[in-house]
Design a protein around this ligand. Sequence first.
Ligand code: 5GP
Ligand code: MG
Length: 177
Amino acid sequence: MSEFQLEMLYTPGDIESAIARLAREIRRDYRNKNPVLLGVLKGCFVFMADLVRALDIPLETEFVSLSSYGPRRTQSKGTIEVFQGLRKPVRGRHVIVVEDIVDTGITVDFAIRYLRRRRPATLRVCALFDKTARRRVDVPIDYLGYKVPDCFLVGYGLDYDERFRYLPGLYCLKEDG
Ligand code: 5GP
Ligand code: MG
């Protein structure tokens, strides 16, 4: 069985302060707008939970389940599957897409197109992490936590084959041997 090394990139405290900053920015723009925070599962669930509580303004949450990864992959396939789509219309609503991390940009680009067809009043993107090195599609990130280096990240909701999601910090995964 191969072993892994985990190198810490951000402590739980670093993540908390990034989320506090994002919450201030979003609160300023969306107070009294009752926005819909649209989380992209599964990776977003930890971030979403902390973000909505930091925001502390009236809002609604929805989730879609999209995936560009197969099991045991650390590379995007480049095609997106919708495992679970939107359950409620977002027509006329102020929608914020909530992503754990933007890598190639293919997932967010897909989410933006998917949502635009549903005619929201406004549509913006909030991502906790941005891995710019591997971007293939230019996507707008309106609210960003941290830029991250080109390595495979786990923790804070991010997994490797369903492992490591529970870790409260963010780590770079290195496989040895
Ligand atoms: P993209 O479509 O931008 O290439 O990738 C978006 C999705 O791939 C993210 O929402 C995330 O779920 C997953 N992803 C991208 N980079 C990483 C990474 O470094 N670690 C993990 N665990 N997932 C990632
Ligand atoms: Mg994701």
